[in-house]
Design a protein around this ligand. Structure first.
Ligand code: HEM
Length: 407
């Protein structure tokens, strides 16, 4: 509906709610048909932004340097209740940088996720998965997959990656689940940032004194060798980006991915018969769930012509991965979990210069976890009716709260 001046009065609120765990909010499909670039109102602060629901438009924007990730820009569509003053006062996190700052900072991380480096992490990942499944089996024939496998795996793996004792996992887990909660207050956010910054500061002191064979020690060394010369607060923020980006997301993919396999027995049978298909299954899970759906938001620094319209400089853009990954123009029967989909140009790890730094690590972890889980517990099934599962509506990252399984 528009007022007398042609300005829209009522536009949909955002974020929208998922009604099915295997699909993004149903409004995306309607909007893609009627108005693929549509105005929405952010529930957090009433501000307007443009929601993009076509694959073609989403990738175009994510590849466009005029679409900025600067979260402190007035027009940036902010979802988390983080006070902008706090964001402005703190060093910028990698996700929110634009070039050239982004290019130089990202280079400090790139060598950590090469194929060789990720391959070297296979044995320790396998060890963690085996230990967690041993523990599930020891305790009987039912367990909550979320708390026994999905959550501990990425946090133990993160400790190994960063070179922290595995006991740190509890701290990481509690920190990140509070960070991504929709119930977090602005004051709470400030406290959280302080809490992690102080913890990281102590860790960096220790790593500077006694470097190890781990990511933090190597990043500290590379920072000097490359002449990047980030200060202590900036290095802390860079490490925090890994903790923030790499925990809840992977954990939710483990439980939701298992659920997708259990609900699709033909696909599961293929995976059990031939573990090498797990690679394609993981790509399909990334597409189907798009767990961090609107993590790819931007603000236009200049006017951007797209999809037959102009997004004006200063306007917010929500380049929805969930909508793009379910666009029928690119993915036939997008609601179907089809591990034979080829090509599968899913963008669940984002697209363009900010594409997920940890993607190759996640792919490796998910392949190991699904192959091991179904090899060791071939009769694994849900211990409650599917309809009784509850999803993380209070979180910005899609996931299931608990997933009782039996074998
Ligand atoms: C299933 C798990 C994961 C998903 C779905 C995911 C998703 C994403 C997405 C969509 C982005 C792009 C954000 C943007 O364009 O603004 C991103 C960036 C990033 N991710 Fe991930 N991520 C996952 C796991 C990880 C892990 C395990 C790590 C680290 C070990 C990680 C580290 C990062 C970092 C550092 C960035 C920022 C890259 C940049 O701005 O240049 N992520 N991730």
């Amino acid at each position: 509906m528009t007022d007398g001046l042609g300005v829209k009065e009522d536009v949909p609120g955002f974020p929208m709610t998922r009604t099915c765990p295997f699909a993004p909010p149903p409004e995306y499909a309607e909007l893609r048909e009627t108005e693929p670039i549509s105005e929405v109102r952010l529930t957090l602060n009433g501000r307007r932004a443009w929601l993009l629901t076509k694959y073609e438009d989403v990738v175009k924007v994510l590849a466009d340097p005029r679409a900025s990730s600067d979260v402190t820009h007035d027009g940036y569509p902010l979802f988390m209740p983080v006070p902008v003053e706090l964001l402005k006062a703190m060093p910028r996190i990698l996700f929110h940088m634009d070039p050239p700052e982004h290019t130089a900072t990202r280079k400090l991380l790139t060598p950590e996720f090469t194929a060789r480096r990720v391959d070297a992490m296979r044995p320790s990942t396998q060890e963690i998965v085996d230990l967690l499944i041993d523990d599930m089996v020891k305790q009987g024939s039912t367990a909550d997959l979320v708390h026994k496998l999905a959550l501990p795996l990425p946090s133990y793996a993160m400790c190994d990656l960063l070179g922290l004792p595995r006991e740190d996992r509890e701290f990481m887990h509690s920190w990140i689940s509070r960070l991504v909660s929709k119930e977090m207050t602005p004051e709470g956010h400030g406290m959280l940032q302080m809490e992690m910054a102080m913890h990281m500061d102590e860790i960096l002191d220790a790593k500077e004194k006694e470097p190890g064979d781990d990511l933090i020690s190597r990043v500290l060394a590379r920072n000097i060798e490359n002449g990047t010369n980030l200060g202590r607060p900036e290095i802390i923020t860079l490490i925090m980006a890994l903790v923030a980006g790499g925990h809840e997301t992977t954990a939710n993919m483990i439980s939701l991915g298992t659920l997708a396999l259990l609900r699709n027995p033909d696909e599961l049978a293929q995976l059990k018969a031939n573990p090498s298909v797990c690679r394609d299954a993981v790509e399909e899970m990334m597409r189907l769930f798009s767990v961090s759906d609107f993590g790819t938001s931007r603000v236009a620094l200049e006017d951007i012509e797209i999809g037959g319209m102009t997004i004006r400089a200063g306007e917010g853009i929500i380049a929805s991965m969930g909508a793009a990954n379910h666009d029928p123009a690119v993915f036939t029967d997008p609601g179907t979990f089809d591990i034979d989909r080829s090509p599968n140009r899913q963008i669940g790890f984002g697209y363009g210069m900010h594409v997920c730094s940890g993607a190759s690590l996640v792919r490796m972890q998910l392949e190991i976890v699904f192959n091991t889980l179904f090899a060791r517990l071939p009769d694994l099934r849900l211990a409650v009716p599917f309809e009784e599962l509850e999803y993380k509506e209070a979180s910005f990252i899609h996931g299931v709260i608990e997933m009782p399984v039996t074998w």
